[in-house]
Ligand binder design. Structure first.
Ligand code: NAI
Length: 349
């Protein structure tokens, strides 16, 4: 099913407003979800709406949060999201960080007590659109085995980075520190597709290709990915005085409870380090040089990070966004949610 950007935005916003979010916050979440679908990150787009709607309807998201922004030093601040929707809190916190970095050169803003915030590229691209480097990391619920372990401890703890060029392209890295994001398993389930055996393990710890048998995810590059997820958890959990490691709240455990998640934004103003015009020219140059690298057998072209998503976005802008039929049917239906996520074992069918 193909849907236009504006139609998808409207459908998501209406559904989330019906579930109980204010119109402003429903629009804010819709914007981040459509960003994800539009860039082919379907694991963090419309597919999440029903889960959010159930959590909102059951009280697990504060629908009238009192956001508080406290500047704590020359280039540091803490944004308290009061357990409102993470997408809106993270977006506002990034706006504040960008403003701070205009005069301080750098801004580190901790975002405390929020719900799930979706695809992090949305926030780092806010910074890049303002001429800055944006970095953002966040906690996620424990579902990954640490290197050498047989029980989950960390989440899929994503890392995102974006930088501006001197044209309209943005260099964007946005990745989970697992071989694949949990949403990709959900996406495979929604399409009844198998997964590569390098993504996850089953109950016995054996690699599995069946998305319905997944019991824990694997970190990227063994101990190195495990180390990166540790770093994300320290920055967005321990540093902000929030639950950490396997005490981070589960996405599905209790949809009536707030999640108290953390996120950490870092914004760097290139003008405080080098000539910002030359910086942007060199970002463009590096993107072009990467594209000109001789491709390996089986590859048409080397893409710069994020270019794969840029290409999908170009296609979807012309022809509409590809959405799974079942998700579209839910969005256009009168159903707010079907009571299917609460207390669900995330690894269960
Ligand atoms: P992915 O595996 O699709 O892409 C990871 C990175 O690799 C991207 O920057 C992408 O541009 C780049 N890439 C992919 N193919 C490429 C190619 N051929 N050439 C050059 N670069 C290429 O992303 P992943 O790890 O599945 O993450 C998906 C989303 O999940 C992200 O938006 C992430 O922020 C989000 N996420 C959010 C969480 C949360 O709790 N809020 C938790 C975990 C993930």
């Amino acid at each position: 099913m193909k849907v236009s950007r504006s139609d998808l935005n409207q459908l998501i916003a209406v559904k989330l407003h019906k579930a109980g979010l204010s119109k402003e916050h429903a629009d804010g979440v819709a914007d981040v979800l459509v960003h994800a679908d539009m860039r082919g990150i379907h694991s963090h787009g419309a597919m999440r709406v029903e889960y959010y709607a159930e959590r909102i309807a059951k009280g697990g998201i504060n629908t009238t949060p009192n956001f508080k922004y406290e500047v704590t030093g020359p280039c540091t601040a803490v944004f308290d999201g009061d357990n409102g929707v993470g997408h809106v809190a993270a977006k506002q916190a990034m706006d504040e960080a960008i403003q701070m970095a205009q005069t301080s050169g750098i801004a580190a803003v901790g975002v405390r007590r929020i719900g799930h915030s979706g695809a992090l590229s949305y926030f780092v691209r806010q910074a890049a659109k303002a001429g800055m480097i944006g970095i953002s990391v966040c906690q996620s619920d424990p579902m990954v085995v640490p290197f050498g372990g047989s029980e989950p401890y960390y989440g899929t703890n994503p890392i995102a980075f974006a930088a501006p060029s001197n044209d309209d392209r943005l260099l964007t890295l946005d990745m989970a520190t697992t071989v694949q994001a949990w949403g990709k398993i959900l996406h495979a389930r929604s399409r009844n597709e198998s997964i590569p055996d390098s993504w996850a393990v089953d109950k016995e710890g054996h690699p599995t290709t069946d998305p319905f048998k997944v019991n824990a995810l694997l970190p990227i590059a063994g101990p190195k990915g495990y180390g990166l997820m540790m770093m994300v958890d320290v920055l967005s959990g321990i540093l902000l005085g929030l639950p950490f490691g396997n005490k981070v709240s589960s996405m599905y455990h209790n949809l009536t409870e707030y999640r108290n998640l953390g996120q950490f934004h870092l914004v760097i103003n290139p003008a405080f380090f080098t000539d910002p015009v030359v910086f942007r020219q060199h970002i463009s140059q590096t993107m072009d040089e990467l594209n000109q690298i001789k491709p390996a057998p089986g590859f048409e072209q080397v893409l710069f990070p994020g270019q794969n998503n840029d290409l999908i976005q170009e296609e979807y802008e012309q022809n509409g966004i590809e959405i799974v039929d079942e998700i579209y049917e839910y969005l256009v239906s009168d159903t707010v949610h079907r009571n299917q996520y609460d207390h669900k074992d995330p690894f269960a069918k």
